[in-house]
Design a protein around this ligand. Sequence first.
Ligand code: HEM
Length: 471
Amino acid sequence: MAAVALYLGLMCYFNKLHRKFLNKNKPPLITGYIPYLGVAMQFAKDPKGYEDSMRKIYGDSFTMYVFGQFITVMMSPHDIQKIYSQPKKFDFHQISERHALNTFGMKPFTDENHETHHSLVTHIQNHDLDFLTNRARDLLEEMLFNEKTKQFNQVDMHDWISKIIVSVTTRALFGENIDIESIQKDYPPFDHQFGLLASNVPPFMKKDAIAKRTKFASQYQFEKANDDAAGVIKHRHEIFMEKYNGDKLDVAHTLSVISWVAMTNTLNATFWCMYYLIKLPNSVKQQILDEVRTELGDPEQGKKLPNMTHESLSRLKKLDALFDEVLRITFSTTSTRLVCMPLDFVSSSGKTYHFEKDDFIMLPNSHCDAEIFKHPEEFIWDRFLNMETPIKDGKPVKLGSAFIPFGGGLSKCPGRFFAKNEMKIFAISLLYALDIELVSDGKPEFDRTRWIFQTAPPINGDVQVKYRQRV
Ligand code: HEM
C-alpha cells in the first residue's frame, strides 16, 4: 500500500514538473527520478561529461532539474554569442549578486548603474595592469631565485605552484602587509567547499562550508588598504567601507571575492602550463625560448629575468598559443544568465524557445566539441597558432564564441591579461633559468567535479618535480 502511495505521489510530482514545461516551446526537460535532487548527483560528478551525454540525446539545448531549480543549458556557440550580446534580456548582474551572496557571503548593496562593477573591470584590465605585471615579475624572481633554490628541491608541483601563485597574486593585489601564511592555509579549505556553497543546497547543510569561508574572508579585514596595494583594492575598500557603514568583515567578504577569482583559476592553469611545458620536446621549448629572447631581450646584469610589460608580453605568440591550449583542455568556468522578461529565442537550430522571467541559463563552452576542435582530448601545443575559422552545424563560428575560457559579454574576465602575464612570467622563469624535471611518469587527470566553477585541478595525487636555478 505504502509503495503504491509513494509511486502515485512520485507520478504526481513529476507530472507537475513536466506540466510546467509543456505547451510552451521549452527545451527538453530532464528531471531524473529523485524529487528535489533531480539530476544533481549525476551532474555534480562530472558536469561536462553529463552535459555532453545529454547533448547527444537532446541536442544543443535542454533543461535540467537540479536541487529544486530548473537550469537551461545552451551549448551551441552560435546561441551563446547571441545571449552574451543581449544583456538587457539575459542579465548577468542579478545572478552575479546572488552568486556572490551564496558563495562569498557578500551582502547586497545598492548600485543602480553598476558603477562598482564597471570600476572593478577598468581597474583590473587597464589602470592596474602594468603595476600588477611588474609586481608579479619582481615577486616571482624573488621566490624562484634565492639561496634555497641554488640546490635541487623536490616538491609536489601543484602544492608548490599554488603556494607561489597565492603569495604572488595576493601580495601584488593587497601589498606586503598581509598575512600570506594564513591565507595559504585558509584558501584550500574554502576553495574545496566552493561547489557546495554555490549550489541550491539548504543553508543548514552548509554550516561547515560557511565557517571556512568566514575564516578565509577574515584575512582581508583592515581599517585602510595598504599604501602599496593595487588601485582596485584601495578603491573597493574605500567604497565598500562607505556602503557597509564601516563594517570591516562585510568589506572583507567583498575583497575575498577578488582574491579568490584572481588565485583559483590562475594557480590551476599555471600548474597545467608548467606540466605540459616540461613535457614538450626540447626542440619546441627552444623555439618558444627563441621567441621570448627576440621579444624581451636578455636580463640585465645581476638579474635572472628580463624586463617585461603587458605590451612586450603580448608579443609572445607561441606562449599565448600554448596557454590557450591549456585553457581549452582544462575547461574552466561556465557563464550564467537570468532571463529578464518573457521572451521567444530563435536558436541556431531554427527552433524557437520560450523563456519566462527569472529562468536560469547556463552557457558551457565548446572546448571539447570535436566539430570545432579536432581531437579535442589531445593536447596540441600550437593548435591556436594558425587556427582556421571553425565550422559548427555547417556555419562558421567566430573563434571568440567557441573558445571562451574567460567567459564573454558583460562578465568577461577582467583579469585575463594579468592572469596570462603571470603565467607567462612563470614559464619564462622556467625556460630562462630553471632546471626542472618530472620525478615520476604518471599523468595527472583533471578533477572533473570542479568544471563549471573553475579550471580543473589535478586529481589522482600531485606530480613530483625536482628544480633548481640553472648555473
Ligand atoms: C587563468 C586564469 C583565469 C581564468 C581562466 C579566469 C576565468 C574567468 C571566468 C570564466 C570568469 C566568469 C566569466 C563569466 O561569467 O562569463 C571570470 C570572472 C572574473 N575574473 Fe577571472 N579568470 C582568471 C584569472 C583572473 C585574475 C588573475 C583576476 C584578477 C586579477 C580575475 C578576475 C575576475 C573577476 C573580478 C571576475 C568577475 C567579473 C565580473 O563580475 O564581471 N580573473 N574569470
